[in-house]
Design a binder for this molecule. Structure first.
Ligand code: F0G
Length: 456
C-alpha cells in the first residue's frame, strides 16, 4: 500500500506533522487540534464496493457500518481486500457497530412541518452500546492497539464512557472513566460499571473531568479516547458515508445534529470536505449544529461574537475573553440533556472549520423544546434520548423560520437510545402540562371500574 498517512496540526500556518505511530491530541508546537491526513485520494469506483458489502456474506468487517468503508479511514495502511491482513488490525464489536441508516418517521415529519418523504432520521442509538460513540471507538481502539496500549481513559457525560468501556472489555484493555457527580444518566452509569470500567467520580462537571483526564493521561500513560483523539473522529465520519451510500451518493440539503463537545461537527465537516476534494461528491450539505440553550458556547461565539474559522486564523482572544467571563461569573453548563451539558467544547476550532466548509448554521433550543421533540419521536414508535431530540427541535425551529424549506431533503442524527435515561421520560409523561404526556392510569383492581375508565 503506497498510502501516506500522517497526523497534522489543523492550523495551516503551523501545519506541524506527526507520525501515526503516536497519539497527538494537540500540536506540540502550537497547542491546536490534530487531523488525520491521507495523501492518496481513494478512487470513486469504491462506491460500488461499499454498497456491495451491504450483503456482508458473514464478513464482520463488511457487516460493520464503520469498516464497510475501510478504504476511506485506512490509517493503519493495511490491505483492505485481504481479510487475513485487515482482520488482525481493525477493532470491531463483531461487526455490530454502525449498522444504521436513515428512516422516515411520518409523525415527526408532521411535527417539524416537513413533507414526510423529505425527513430522514438516522438512529445511532441502535449501535451496540446505544449511541453513535461506537463508530468512533472502533477506530480509536484500532489505533490504541496499534500502539499496544493496555489502558485507555476518557471523561464523559455517559455515552463515551459506555462505549469505551465496552470496547475495552472486548479487547482485554483496562478502561478508566472520569465523570461529574450527578452529571450522567443512570442507564449510562449502569453500562459503564457493568462493562467493568474503573469509574472515577469527581466533584464537578464534564468540562472539569476532561481537564483532569487530559492532565492525568501523560502521567499514567493512558490512551485518551475523547473526541480530541483524531483517530476517533475518523470512525465518526462513517455516519455520513452511510447516509450518502443510502442515497446513492446524492447529497441531501441538510444534516442536523446536537452539538456537545463538537466531535461530530468536526467529523461530519471533515467527511464532506474530503469527499469533495477527492471528487466523490460535487456539493456538500449544510450542517446544522443544535446547542441546548444552557450549553450554548458554539452558538454564542458563532452567532453573537461572529467567531469564524477565518482560514485557520481563529481569533483566540474572543474565545479566551469569553471563557474568562464564564469563569469570573461562575457560569456552568445547565440543561436536562445531560449528554450535551458542556460549556467548553474541545473541538471548537474544528467545528468552526466545518461550519465554514459547509455554510453551516448553529441554533439553540430550550429543554422544553427538546422534551416535546423527544416525546414525538417516541410517539412514532422509535425513541431517542433527550440530547438527540435537539435534532428534531432544531429542524422544527428552522422550518418555522423558513430556513429549511418543506421539500428540502433533511437528515437528522438521533445520537442516543431512549433507554439511556428512562427517568427523564417517565417524569415527562407524569407531568400533565406536557403536550404529549401519557401518565399511567391509576385504578382499583376491579373489573367494572377498569371497564368504565377505559370506555370513557
Ligand atoms: N448526543 C449524545 C447522545 C451524546 O452523548 C453526545 C456527547 C452528543 C450528542 C454530542 O456530541 O460531543 O460530538 O458534539 N456525549 C459525550 C459523552 C460528551 O461523554 O458521552 P459531540
Amino acid at each position: 500500500m503506497n498510502q501516506q498517512v500522517f497526523q497534522q496540526c489543523i492550523i495551516p500556518s503551523c501545519g506541524e506533522r506527526y507520525s501515526i505511530h503516536e497519539l497527538q491530541t494537540e500540536c506540540r508546537r502550537c497547542g491546536n487540534l490534530i487531523d488525520i491526513k491521507y495523501d492518496v485520494p481513494p478512487h470513486p469506483k469504491l462506491k460500488h464496493v461499499f454498497s456491495d458489502r451491504r450483503n456482508h456474506r458473514g464478513n464482520i468487517f463488511d457487516e460493520s457500518g464503520v469498516w464497510r468503508f475501510r478504504e476511506l479511514i485506512n490509517f493503519p495502511s493495511v490491505n483492505c481486500t485481504e481479510y487475513t491482513s485487515y482482520s488482525k488490525v481493525f477493532v470491531s464489536l463483531d461487526g455490530a457497530e454502525g449498522r444504521t441508516k436513515p428512516f422516515q418517521l411520518t409523525k415527526v415529519a408532521e411535527f417539524v412541518g416537513l413533507n414526510p418523504q423529505n425527513l430522514w432520521l438516522q438512529f445511532e442509538g441502535d449501535n451496540p452500546t446505544g449511541s453513535f460513540k461506537d463508530n468512533g471507538m472502533a477506530t480509536a481502539f484500532t489505533h490504541a492497539k496499534m500502539l499496544k496500549h493496555q489502558k485507555i481513559a476518557c471523561a464523559s457525560t455517559g455515552n463515551t464512557s459506555s462505549s469505551a468501556a465496552a470496547f475495552a472489555a472486548n479487547e482485554w484493555i483496562e478502561a478508566i472513566v472520569f465523570i461529574g457527580k450527578g452529571k450522567i444518566a443512570q442507564g449510562k452509569l449502569a453500562q459503564t460499571l457493568d462493562y467493568g470500567a474503573k469509574v472515577v467520580q469527581i466533584q464537578g462537571n464534564f468540562d472539569d473531568a476532561l481537564n483532569r483526564v487530559k492532565e492525568l493521561a501523560p502521567i499514567l500513560n493512558l490512551y485518551l479516547v475523547n473526541s480530541l483523539n483524531a483517530f476517533r473522529i475518523e470512525g465518526q465520519k462513517t455516519m455520513m458515508y452511510r447516509i450518502l451510500d443510502f442515497f446513492d451518493w446524492q447529497v441531501p440539503n441538510w444534516i442536523v445534529f446536537p452539538g456537545g463537545n463538537l466531535g461530530n461537527t468536526a467529523a461530519f465537516g471533515k467527511a464532506f470536505k474530503e469527499l469533495k476534494n477527492w471528487g466523490w461528491i460535487h456539493k456538500v450539505p449544510r450542517l446544522v449544529v443544535v446547542n441546548a440553550l444552557g450549553a450554548n458556547t458554539l452558538s454564542h461565539l458563532y452567532n453573537k461574537l461572529h467567531l469564524t474559522w477565518n482560514q485557520g486564523n481563529v481569533d483566540d482572544t474572543i474565545i479566551d475573553d469569553y471563557y474568562a467571563l464564564l469563569d469570573r461569573e461562575g457560569v456552568k453548563a445547565k440543561t436536562q440533556a445531560s449528554a450535551i451539558e458542556i460549556l467548553k467544547p474541545a473541538n471548537l476550532k474544528k467545528a468552526l472549520r466545518s461550519l465554514t466548509d459547509t455554510n453551516g448554521i448553529v441554533i439553540e433550543v430550550t429543554d422544553q423544546e427538546m422534551l416535546d421533540a423527544r416525546a414525538i419521536v417516541g410517539r412514532n414508535g422509535f425513541g431517542c434520548e433527550l440530547a438527540s431530540a435537539a435534532t428534531v427541535a432544531g429542524i422544527k425551529n428552522l422550518v418555522q423560520k423558513g430556513v429549511i424549506a418543506k421539500d428540502d431533503t433533511t437528515v437528522g442524527i438521533l445520537t442516543g437510545h431512549m433507554l439511556k435515561d428512562p427517568d427523564t421520560i417517565i417524569r415527562y409523561h407524569r407531568n400533565s402540562r406536557n403536550i404529549y404526556a401519557n401518565a399511567p392510569i391509576v385504578v382499583e383492581n376491579e373489573l367494572q371500574s377498569i371497564l368504565q375508565t377505559l370506555s370513557s
